[in-house]
Each structure stands twice: as structure tokens, then as C-alpha cells.
Design a binder for this molecule. Sequence first.
Ligand code: S3P
Length: 176
Amino acid sequence: MENSSQRIVLTGFMGVGKSTVARFLSFLLECERIDLDTVIEESEKRKIAAIIETDGLTRFREIETENLRKILQKSDAKIIALGGGAWTIEENRNLIKSHDLTSIWLESNFQHCWRNILLSKRVRPLAQDKKQTRKLFEERQKVYCLADWHFIIRPELTSFEIAKQIAEEVFLIKFN
Ligand code: S3P
């Protein structure tokens, strides 16, 4: 039986592929998706990196929570891709739970994330230095662990295959 009313958030470390998986998932489920970082950049009319550099990380987190609250209240999007730090904030986790969303952790190893960070054109102020970024990665594992579902991103799997796995296991969709 298809679980069509389910709404989800995708979480996981920077570079794990949350936005790409969200895009494929919205294609497979034929539903709307939303990217929290994009919503923030549109509402602030600035890049995330500029917000963090100009206003600081604490202010960025406030803006992030304000926008998450807005999305949860106003958007019908079934799939929400979070920025990598959003799930680490308790207030955000409580908001997500109080709106009955299912949380999915895209789990991978540091090397995979770091490689994608280096390949990406996006400026990530919290991933400037490999050693610091690895430390952040390790510190966050115990919080990502609190998500309802864990999907391990193995190197041989494409983002499309991960999306398909989520569609099958979480949304109970059957593909031929
Ligand atoms: C952050 C991750 C970024 C972005 C911001 C902070 C984090 O999103 O929200 O730079 O704290 O991990 P991505 O995970 O999409 O890179």
C-alpha cells in the first residue's frame, strides 16, 4: 500500500547529496520538493555564505529556524532537503516532529562528503579546512543518528538509486 500522505526531511552532512536525492525523489513521487537553503537565499536575497560571513553563524541559525518554521506551516512540499546543520539544532528537530514529518539521514563516510565538497562550486563557510570539517562530521554523527530512517550512501549507488530505495521503503511505492 502506498504511503502518500507522508512528508519527509532529508538530512545529512554537507556534500552527501541531499538536494540531488530530493530532486530524484520528487521526480519519482511526482510531488513538490523544497530546499531549505534555497528558500533562505531567496528570502534573504543573499547567498548562505554571505549571511554567515556578514551576520555570523548564530544569526544564520536563527534565520534557518525562521524559514524552516515557515516552510513547515505554509508549504505543501512533501520533500524538504535541509542544510547540513539544520537537523543538529534541537528546536528544528522538535519543529519537524511536531509537524509529523519523517526524518531521513543520508549517511556516508567523510571522504565521500569531502570529495563532493571539493567538486562543488558552492562556497561552504563551515567546510573550508579538511581537519576542522572532519571534526564537525564526527561530532554530528550522534545527532544525525536521531533521524527516523538511515540510508547508507554506498559508492556504487547513484543518487537516483538512493531516491528509488527511499520511495520503496519509506513511501511503499512499488516500481516494476
Ligand atoms: C551547513 C550546511 C550547508 C548550509 C550552511 C551550513 C552546515 O548546507 O546550510 O552552509 O552547518 O552543515 P549543505 O548541507 O547543503 O551544504
